[in-house]
Design a protein around this ligand. Structure first.
Ligand code: GLU
Length: 471
């Protein structure tokens, strides 16, 4: 059983890299019968915002991955952190350091000049038999952890394999600032332990934090969780994903007409695979996902793939679901007697909910103008007469016209008897009914609109002479 967490810092919206980490964490917890927990890492007061917290939670609600515990906020846990800092001080595993900013700057400059990696030099580190400097006046100390000075910090990363960091790569880093505020790597370790986290999945940009957190776990005698460091998502050129490439707010995908199922399916495949399978329902993800199969190398964002997946889900979710989604785009179909027919038709070609809405409006809205390039090509002198004759045929069969094949049954003989070519009849009808030539099958549109509306639109177009301006 794995207990996992997602721990965003609310410095901005949730972007898709974060959502992918959350998805992997969620899947792994649920697959193993464990819990998925959310923690808001909001200790950096200068950079955090409540709006960002709201935006993050809104995104989780949209994709349907709720936290199994009450959401933890680090800003509300200062007392807990303080207790552990005091404990480490008492046990001699952490100590107060009174070095001033100037001294630290001078130390760093000297180390850099000697081409050494900057690290704390242990001035205030207590050791047996060592006399510490006299405590200076007017300096509030920071608290440093007593990190091991020799040996290795090792762990088995579920993605990257065996990881080894020499003790020289972790110095006695600060765990609490002079104002008492604990620092990031300290609180993460405390929280992960207290929240019972067994498996930490996070971006590999955090890899260098892990040995520091292990030092904390060890100092406090906590079990070290299993780590999975997930490679980044790059743009198709292999560079860091920018906003323009798609590294945007998860909710922007909703505003752009994506379904959450499509986005999650897209993300599960960005960095993980099961053979060459592309479509994964959440149930299938739960069955098949295993973080040990996460790719070792970075993945590339592919906007076309996301569109393709979205089109797939639009075709495959229920019409009720689509009409609900459409309502968020002010397209209300409930109560329309041809709702099913409209959706069955329009969803076949739509890649986003916005395209679906446009396709629907293209049929339902009475055209206000006629596309003149199409008119020029397809509306001839005898077109009006042909359309009037066609309307008479429809009218004669009016009572038997319900679904698209009914229209086809009366239209085909009309085409044959008059020796017409399909576009000769269909394109002027498309223009009359929708204003343009890019529309689905005429029979489908006719069935959706019904005879009276078809008649009215065709007659209106004839009357307006298809918008052709008189010379
Ligand atoms: N708060 C960190 C971030 O937003 C995540 C920390 C972690 O997953 O350990 O990048």
């Amino acid at each position: 059983m794995a207990v996992t967490r997602f721990a965003p810092s609310p410095t901005g919206y949730l972007h898709i890299g974060g959502l992918r980490t959350a998805l992997y964490s969620y899947l792994w917890a649920k697959k193993t019968g464990g819990d998925f927990k959310l923690r808001i890492e909001d200790t950096d007061q200068a950079r955090n915002s409540e709006d960002a917290v709201k935006a993050i939670l809104e995104a989780f609600e949209w994709v349907g991955m709720p936290s199994d515990c009450e959401i933890e906020y680090q800003s509300k846990r200062t007392d807990i952190y303080k207790k552990y800092i005091d404990q480490l001080l008492e046990e001699g595993k952490a100590y107060k350091c009174y070095m001033s900013r100037e001294e630290l700057d001078a130390l760093r400059a000297a180390q850099e000049a000697a081409k050494q990696t900057p690290r704390y030099n242990g001035t205030w580190r207590p050791e047996e038999g060592k006399t510490l400097p006299e405590i200076p006046e007017g300096i509030e100390p920071v608290i440093r952890i007593k990190a091991p000075t020799e040996g290795k910090i090792e762990f088995e990363d579920g993605v990257k394999g065996s990881m080894k960091f020499g003790a020289d790569q972790v110095d006695d880093f600060v765990i609490a600032r002079a104002n008492g505020m604990p620092i990031y790597n300290f609180v993460v370790a405390i929280d992960d332990h207290l929240m019972g986290i067994t498996d930490v999945l996070r971006g590999d940009d955090h890899l260098s934090n892990t040995p520091k957190q292990i030092v904390i776990y060890n100092a406090l005698g906590f079990d070290v969780p299993k780590f999975y460091h997930i490679p980044m998502i790059n743009n198709p050129q292999g560079k860091k994903l920018s906003k323009r490439d798609g590294a945007m707010d998860v909710m922007q995908y909703k505003r752009d007409g994506y379904l959450p199922e499509a986005l999650l399916n897209f993300l599960v495949r960005l960095g993980w695979s099961n053979g060459d399978q592309e479509i994964f329902s959440i149930d299938e993800m739960l069955e098949l996902f295993n973080p040990n199969n996460i790719n070792k190398s970075a993945s590339a964002y592919n906007a076309e793939k996301l569109l393709w997946l979205n089109a797939h889900y639009i075709k495959n979710v229920s019409n009720d679901r689509l009409s609900k989604e459409l309502e968020d785009f002010d397209c209300v179909l409930s109560g329309h007697d041809k709702k099913e027919m409209i959706l069955d038709l329009c969803k076949e070609r739509a890649q986003t909910i916005i395209e679906l809405k446009d396709a629907i409006n293209n049929i339902l809205e009475v055209p206000t103008s006629y596309e003149q390039s199409g008119v020029k090509k397809f509306v001839k002198e005898d077109t009006a007469e042909m359309l009037n004759n066609y309307l008479s045929v429809l009218e004669a069969n009016k009572d038997s016209l319900h679904i698209a094949p009914d229209y086809e049954e009366v239209t085909k003989p009309f085409i044959e008897e008059n020796g017409l070519k399909f576009p000769q009849l269909f394109q002027p009808i498309r223009i009359a009914l929708t204003g343009g030539t890019q529309a689905p099958s005429v029979y489908d549109i006719e069935a959706i609109l019904g005879f009276d509306e078809v008649k009215s639109r065709i007659e209106t177009a004839i009357k307006a002479n298809f918008g052709i301006e008189k010379a």
